[in-house]
Design a protein around this ligand. Structure first.
Ligand code: N01
Length: 547
């Protein structure tokens, strides 16, 4: 866009061609990609370092649930050949080290402003220009705004009364102290049994004097089977990296190497099913398990067979039958909430210093000076860790006052759930692109692949605008409505909406219950994006500022 903007600029030139909100994996690749186009850019990051999710989530045991040979950038062949991942799944410190390595190697930090949170973004229809305000009161202008603010970047803890009076320390997994926390000799309470809580608790149970686990909903968790990365496997993967990365776009989750199953779970005998599920259980990982049969996320009866298998594994692992039963999920089909990968989670309930408390039957009433009080009992604690999740997918954008000058905010526009075209743009908010936004496959895919796809798509769109002297692009209302309907229809053809998940906004009181990710898969999505582009950016309208 620079030629266009400079040709049409009024007296005062914009500060930048592109402003990027966020310095995580998406923000950093945006810098790399847009800089290659000769654009003048600046990314704003609230933290005092880059890395996004991997900067903030420093809780013990934090690890990616996508294998490290997949969970990395593909844009530079030397980078992916040279970087060595030590384990099957990357730990938070190693992934953060990788991100910092990328930032340094490609000299990205010179376009990042740290310690700066974007609070407002207002688009001027007359000038085709965003004015972006920071928490320091600084105002910046740019024709293009990239929202790379993350899907799981707005930590939320419930509003239990009394937290201010708690005499111990408390933490949230998504805002964990950099210096770490020593729980030695402490009585620790953890609220929440999603991925963060389940990953963290074996580490706390190994260190603390006592751990009380406050569980509202039992979740399915599979063994990660993490191990040092086999050098031979790594060599072979690297040899095939290019082909694998390309093939990944033709898969549902953006990860190659898992041929789609063609058999229904209901066509197999019980014995066959058990053998297959056992195989997958031993292999570790969630894609493999959910790919055991073609209908596990489509047919409740088929899903029951896979859910029952895991429930039986829990019963076989946990010695106390009452605790085991409480740990068995009973209100959602397996895979409809984010499937957790753990390392010895269920085993901790056989330790004498670990207690499971069911806060569904006896909810938490308040935090007292000495601990947590439920409707049944008070639990004495020295520290509380909230593993209570995030205002997912829409929280980070809605926290910013985003609007067209004189128009309604995005928060108001999304009051009944997010409305986007392709998860990339919002009708009525021109020149603003979301990276892995709601209604794209983002969170249901290998996230870095989806990030690269979106940013490359935006880069091509900006080149198209430059070539055609356009200064404004916006999604059409009709195209957006069709996409919103399509996303819902696809979700409704699956079992996903049966769960009270963060995909549905169900973890945030008052949030609209709308299934937010696009679950037709990466292949279907990227084909649709290509079709739209080939049809002259169908559903997008372009114009040129002639003032
Ligand atoms: O958050 P969650 P998370 N009283 O929303 C409970 C990614 N991630 O941080 O289910 C009592 O999943 C809540 O209970 P319920 C990954 O995509 C990835 O663990 O709402 N409990 C639930 O148990 C993941 O899915 C990795 O009934 C309350 C928990 O808190 C996503 O981040 C690692 C409560 C929140 O679970 C979010 O995971 C970590 C209340 N008032 C995270 N409010 C990996 O890559 C909430 N809860 C492996």
């Amino acid at each position: 866009m620079p030629e266009v903007s400079s040709a049409k600029r009024s007296a005062v030139a914009p500060d930048f061609d592109v402003v990027i909100v966020g310095g995580g994996l998406a923000g950093l690749y945006s810098i790399y990609r847009f800089r290659k186009m000769g654009l003048n850019i600046r990314a704003y990051e609230a933290g005092d370092g880059v890395g996004g999710t991997w900067f903030w989530n420093r809780y013990p045991g934090c690890r990616c649930d996508v294998e490290s040979m997949e969970y990395s950038y593909s844009f530079d062949d030397d980078l992916q050949q040279e970087w060595v991942w030590p384990e099957r799944y990357g730990t938070q410190p190693v992934i953060l080290e990788y991100i910092n390595h990328v930032a340094k190697r490609f000299d990205l930090m010179r376009d990042v402003q740290l310690n700066t949170r974007i609070t407002q973004a207002v688009f001027c229809e007359k000038k085709h220009l965003w004015t972006i305000t920071t928490n320091n009161g600084e105002q910046i202008t740019a024709p293009i705004c990239i929202m790379a603010a993350g899907n799981l970047s707005t930590p939320r803890k419930p509003d239990f009364p009394g937290l201010d009076n708690f005499k111990g320390d408390w933490y949230h997994t998504g805002l964990w102290p950099k210096e770490g926390v020593d729980f030695t000799d402490k009585r620790v309470g953890v609220i929440g049994t999603g991925s963060s809580g389940v990953q963290m608790m074996p580490h706390i149970a190994a260190q603390a004097k006592h751990l009380t686990v406050f569980q509202r909903t039992a979740n399915f968790s599979l063994p990660a089977r993490n191990a040092p990365l086999d050098p031979e496997k790594e060599r072979k993967h690297k040899e095939e990296y290019r082909e694998r990365r390309l093939a990944a776009y033709n898969t549902p989750f953006g990860i190659a190497g898992y041929p789609p199953p063609d058999k229904s779970a209901l066509e197999a005998t019980e014995e066959e099913r058990r053998a297959i599920y056992e195989d997958k259980w031993q292999e570790g990982g969630s894609i493999s398990y959910l790919f055991a049969y073609k209908d596990l996320l489509l047919n409740k009866d088929a899903n029951d067979t896979a859910s029952d298998f895991v429930r039986n594994k829990i019963r076989a692992t946990v010695n106390d039958p009452n605790t085991a039963e409480l740990l068995c999920p009973d209100n959602h089909p397996i895979g409809t909430k984010r499937l957790i990968l753990d390392s010895n989670y269920y085993e901790i309930f056989n330790q004498s210093n670990v207690k499971l408390v069911d806060v569904k039957s006896a909810p938490i009433q308040e935090i007292t000076p000495n601990g947590i009080k439920t409707t049944e009992s008070e639990y004495q604690l020295d520290a509380i860790a909230f593993a209570t999740g995030f205002d997912a997918m829409t929280g980070a954008i809605k926290e910013i006052d985003v609007r067209v000058d004189g128009g309604t905010t995005i928060e108001e526009q999304w009051d009944s759930g997010p409305r986007t075209y392709l998860g990339l743009m919002v009708a009525g908010l021109p020149n603003m692109f979301m990276i892995t936004g709601p209604q794209s496959p983002g969170v249901k895919s290998q996230m870095i692949l989806s990030i690269e796809w979106h940013i490359n798509w935006v880069a091509n769109c900006l080149s198209y605008m430059r070539d055609n002297n356009h200064t404004r692009v916006a999604a059409e209302v009709k195209a957006q409505q069709q996409w919103v309907d399509h996303v819902r229809e696809v979700a409704d053809s699956t079992l996903y909406p049966l769960a009270n998940s963060w995909y549905m906004g169900a973890n945030i009181p008052g949030k609209a219950r709308v299934f937010m990710p696009y679950v037709a898969g990466v292949e279907a999505y990227t084909k649709e994006c290509n079709r739209v582009t080939q049809n002259g950016y169908q559903g997008f309208e372009f114009s040129t500022n002639i003032s």
